[in-house]
Design a protein around this ligand. Structure first.
Ligand SMILES: Cc1ncc(COP(=O)(O)O)c(C=O)c1O
Length: 371
C-alpha cells in the first residue's frame, strides 16, 4: 500500500509515542488536582507547554491547548470577534481550510462584514490585495501559512506586517507548514498561530493556539477555567505530551527531513512528468512546502479521476487524495485552483500507466517518508 495522504494525517513518530506511553500507563492524575497524582500530571502538562512555547519563542502562558486545529482556528476567529461589542470587518482568503471558512461565514451571519481574498494564478494571496481591502473597521485577518492542497506558502511575513501597520490582529493556520518549513518567529509578525499534532507525526485530537501576546479572547468553552480560562475542560494529557514531543522533534530534526522530503517530491514529479502525457503540476514554480504535489491531467475530468481513483484506492496500489478530505463529496471544486481535471497526490489513479512511478513512489516516498 502506498500512502500519499500525509496532509490529511500521518503516523505517530516513535519518539512521540515513547514520550506518551508513561503518561497513559502511569500518570493517571488530573493536572488540576493538588494531590501527588495531580501534581505529576501537571508536570507533564507544564513540560509540554514549555516545549511548544520555546518553539514559538513565546511565554508559556500564551499557549492554549485545544482538541486540534479546527478548534484553535475557531477560538482565534470567534475569540477575537467576541472581544468587541459591535460588528466590524474581517478578512480571510478563499483557499482556507473549512474550519476557517465556515467560521468566517458564521461571523457574516452575525453581522460582520467578511472579505474573502482571491489568490493569484500561482495560488498565492498577494500582499497588495490585502493592503487595498483593509479599512478602518478591519479588526482581524486570517491567512494560512501553507495550503493543504497546493502546498503553496503564503507570504505571511508581509501580510502580518501590513496588518500590524493597520492595527488589525493577524492569525495564521500553520497546520501544514509545521515541520515542513522553519517557523521564523523573528520575521513573522503574527498575533496568533494554530497548529495540529497529527499533521506532523503526533497524535490525533490535539492542537494549540499560540498567541504572541496575551489577548482577552472570548472562550468558546466555559467551565473549570483550564488553560487560563481560554478553554475549559480537563486537558487531554497524553495528547498534549505528544504535541510537546513532536514540536521538540521538529525543532531538533526538521532540516534533515525537509531536505529529504523535497528531494523525493521533486524526483516523483520529474518521473511523473516524463511518464504521464498531459500532466500538470500546479504551482510548480511557486514556493511550496516540500511534501506536496497538486497534479492534474489535461483533458481528464476530475469526476473521472474520482471514479477511477478515490473509489478504489485501497488495495490498488495507493492512497492519495482527490480534493479535500474535509469536503470529500465536493471533490475540492470550490477551490479556485482546483478545477476539472485536477488531482492531488493521486498517482495511484492510473497505476497501469504510471507503474514505474508507482513503484518509485512505493520505494522512495512511502518507505522513506513514513515516520
Ligand atoms: C490547513 C488545515 N487547517 C486545519 C485543519 C484541521 O486540523 P484538525 O484535524 O487538527 O482539526 C486541517 C486538517 O485537514 C488543515 O489541513
Amino acid at each position: 500500500m502506498i500512502y500519499l495522504d500525509h496532509n490529511a494525517t500521518t503516523s505517530v513518530r516513535p519518539a512521540v509515542l515513547a514520550a506518551m506511553m508513561p503518561c497513559m500507563e502511569e500518570q493517571m492524575g488530573n493536572p488540576a488536582s493538588v494531590h501527588s497524582f495531580g501534581r505529576a500530571a501537571r508536570q507533564g502538562l507544564d513540560y509540554a507547554r514549555r516545549q511548544v512555547a520555546d518553539f514559538f519563542a513565546v511565554h508559556e502562558s500564551l499557549v492554549c491547548f485545544t482538541s486540534g486545529a479546527t478548534e484553535a482556528n475557531n477560538l482565534a476567529i470567534f475569540g477575537c470577534a467576541g472581544m468587541r461589542n459591535q460588528p466590524g470587518h474581517v478578512i480571510t482568503s478563499a483557499i482556507e481550510h473549512p474550519s476557517v471558512l465556515e467560521a468566517f461565514r458564521s461571523l457574516e451571519q452575525q453581522g460582520h462584514e467578511v472579505s474573502f481574498l482571491d489568490v493569484d494564478a500561482a495560488g498565492r494571496v498577494h500582499p497588495e490585495t490585502l493592503r487595498k481591502i483593509l479599512k478602518k473597521e478591519t479588526f482581524f485577518v486570517s491567512i494560512m501559512h501553507a495550503n493543504n492542497e497546493t502546498g503553496v506558502i503564503q507570504p505571511i511575513a508581509e501580510l502580518g506586517r501590513i496588518c500590524r501597520e493597520h492595527g488589525a490582529l493577524f492569525h495564521t493556520d500553520a497546520v501544514q507548514s509545521m515541520g515542513r518549513i522553519p517557523w521564523d518567529h523573528a520575521t513573522f509578525p503574527v498575533d496568533m498561530v494554530s497548529i495540529s499534532a497529527h499533521k506532523m507525526g503526533g497524535p490525533k485530537g490535539v492542537g494549540a493556539l499560540i498567541m504572541e501576546r496575551s489577548l482577552p479572547l472570548k472562550p468558546m468553552l466555559v467551565g473549570g477555567g483550564q488553560e487560563r480560562g481560554r478553554r475549559a475542560g480537563t486537558q487531554n494529557l497524553p495528547g498534549i505530551v505528544g504535541l510537546g514531543a513532536v514540536t521538540q522533534w521538529i525543532a531538533d530534526h526538521q532540516m534533515e527531513e525537509i531536505k529529504a522530503m523535497k528531494r523525493l517530491r521533486d524526483h516523483m514529479e520529474d518521473e511523473l512528468s516524463a511518464t504521464v502525457p498531459g500532466l500538470v503540476i500546479f504551482s510548480k514554480n511557486a514556493a511550496r512546502i516540500p511534501n506536496t504535489s497538486l497534479l492534474g491531467i489535461e483533458g481528464v475530468h476530475g469526476e473521472t479521476l474520482v471514479m477511477n481513483g478515490i473509489a478504489r484506492p485501497c488495495g490498488h496500489g495507493g492512497c492519495g487524495r482527490v480534493g479535500n478530505e474535509c469536503r470529500a463529496n465536493q471533490h475540492g471544486v470550490e477551490y479556485p485552483i482546483v478545477g476539472a481535471g485536477t488531482i492531488y497526490s493521486t498517482i495511484h489513479t492510473h497505476c497501469g500507466r504510471v507503474a514505474s512511478s508507482v513503484a518509485l513512489a512505493k520505494n522512495i516516498i512511502f518507505l522513506n517518508l513514513k515516520y
